[in-house]
Design a binder for this molecule. Structure first.
Ligand SMILES: NC(=O)c1ccc[n+]([C@@H]2O[C@H](COP(=O)([O-])OP(=O)(O)OC[C@H]3O[C@@H](n4cnc5c(N)ncnc54)[C@H](O)[C@@H]3O)[C@@H](O)[C@H]2O)c1
Length: 419
């Protein structure tokens, strides 16, 4: 078996952590149980480009139990958990190409190695497999049924490809599932981003002014959790509706230029470029901390910051690079501007990834079942899959809910009854 991981001796620790995460993934476990019996993915080659974490290991194992032949590479150079990668190779016989801290060239070599698997299904987090195939590996399209996409930024890229008539195979937007973004993006990113900032800095959040760029699914979660820890939240937005929502949720809203001067900690999660730009950083207080939780590190203008600084950055803690500005102020960039929750912490807790990855597993199954009908466009996860995942999750949590009576069902589908 070919693979490229940091050190196979780390495997035992990785296995313990994979099993620990599994305890919080009841939906995926129940899918795995059914997959073991039905083997719906039999003979399907899957190349997955996902953050190599304990939760992803549980997904890869579930796909394997369902009959798939899976290989895995990283969807970000800094998010790989090397012990998990080692365990997948050693204990699960799943080839992994991922090393935490790999340089850009190695990152793309690993994507290429995962594509050498000639996948029937690609599983992306950020559309790197799909875009590489469309740009450099067009020959692979002959055998591909389609792909699935995990995150907002990937879905945006794929919709752009689809609109320009460039997308050459169907893709299911897992991020569109309510059981994905309502929980993973909001509660997962909310908690784990704060976890990342705290682990990187050991800073007290209470009493600090936290500037959150964006008020979408992720950033709303970040604002909510930072507020819960006693931070004074400032939100920046470009969408008037989201800005209004932030105001009504009790947060201050202002342009980034204004926020720059008062913030202690800046966290972006917008999916946009240069949301924190040089002219913002030039106005920041001495010691300001900047982190990103959006998919790409372009949210912060790091090349601009490097140019503005009087000397190369100084590594003051494991995940903190300090830049000295001409005005004497120091700006601290966390985790090289990469998703801070995966760089400095462990990513989303398993309980939310349970639902995200249940969507991935069921979307792969759906793709195989419907391969002849699907066109070359971006599909949402079928609504009944979403409902089913929420139902199992509640059941596993021991929570019962009401069901409509016949009278209520009739009432809700009629229009005659009034006051
Ligand atoms: N860190 C993680 O683990 C993780 C998890 C899920 C998603 N993501 C990524 O986080 C990013 C955001 O995802 P989302 O689901 O919250 O998207 P979203 O579309 O729900 O929210 C993005 C928000 O950012 C706002 N925005 C855009 N440009 C802006 C600007 N210049 N200034 C201020 N606000 C701006 C938009 O108006 C929108 O409200 C994406 O890149 C996504 O892929 C990261």
């Amino acid at each position: 078996m070919e693979y490229d991981v940091k050190n196979l001796n780390l495997a035992q620790g990785g296995r313990h952590r994979i099993e620990w995460a599994e305890q919080e993934m009841p939906v995926l476990r129940s899918i795995r149980k059914r997959f073991a019996k039905e083997r719906p993915l039999n003979g399907t080659r899957i190349s997955a480009c996902l953050h190599v974490t304990t939760e992803t290991a549980n997904l890869a194992h579930t796909l394997q139990v369902g009959g798939a032949d899976v290989v895995l590479c990283a969807s970000n150079p800094l998010s790989t958990q090397d012990d998990v990668a080692a365990s997948l190779v050693s204990h699960y016989e799943i080839p992994v190409y991922a090393i935490k801290g790999e340089d850009n060239e190695t990152y793309y070599d690993h994507i290429s190695a995962a594509l050498d698997h000639t996948p029937h299904i690609t599983m992306d987090d950020g559309a790197d497999l799909v875009s590489t195939i469309h740009k450099n590996r067009k020959g692979l399209m002959d055998t591909i049924y389609g792909g699935t996409e995990e995150t907002t930024t990937g879905v945006i890229r794929l919709r752009a490809m689809s609109q320009q008539g460039e997308l050459q195979f169907p893709v299911i937007a897992v991020n569109d599932a309510l059981t994905k973004h309502m929980f993973d993006n909001r509660y997962g990113t909310g908690q784990s981003t704060l976890d990342g900032v705290i682990r990187a800095t050991n800073i007290l959040i209470a009493g600090k002014t936290i500037v959150v760029a964006g008020y979408g699914w992720c950033s709303r979660g970040i604002a909510m959790r930072a507020s819960g820890l006693g931070g004074n939240i400032v939100v920046t937005e470009i969408d008037p509706l989201k800005a209004l929502e932030a105001v009504m949720d009790g947060f201050r809203v202002m342009p980034m230029q204004q926020a720059a001067a008062i913030g202690d900690i800046f966290i972006s999660a917008t999916g946009d470029i240069h949301v924190i730009d040089v002219h913002h950083m030039a106005d920041m207080k001495d010691g300001a901390l900047i982190a990103n939780s959006g998919h790409f590190n372009v949210e912060i203008n790091i090349p601009g910051l490097t140019e503005l600084a009087t000397k190369p950055p100084r590594k003051v803690r494991e995940f903190v690079d300090q830049y000295q500005l001409p005005n004497g102020n120091r700006i601290n960039l966390l985790g090289e501007g990469r998703l801070i929750n995966l760089t400095a912490a462990e990513g989303h807790p398993a309980s939310v990834m349970d639902m995200s990855f249940a969507n991935q597993a069921l979307s792969a199954e759906y793709m195989i079942q419907n391969v002849d009908e699907l066109e070359n466009k971006v599909y949402s996860v079928p609504a009944d899959v979403d409902q089913e995942i929420a139902r199992i999750k509640l059941e596993e949590m021991g929570i019962d809910i009401d069901t409509l009576t016949a009278k209520q069902e009739k009432y809700l589908t009629s229009w005659e009854e009034g006051t």
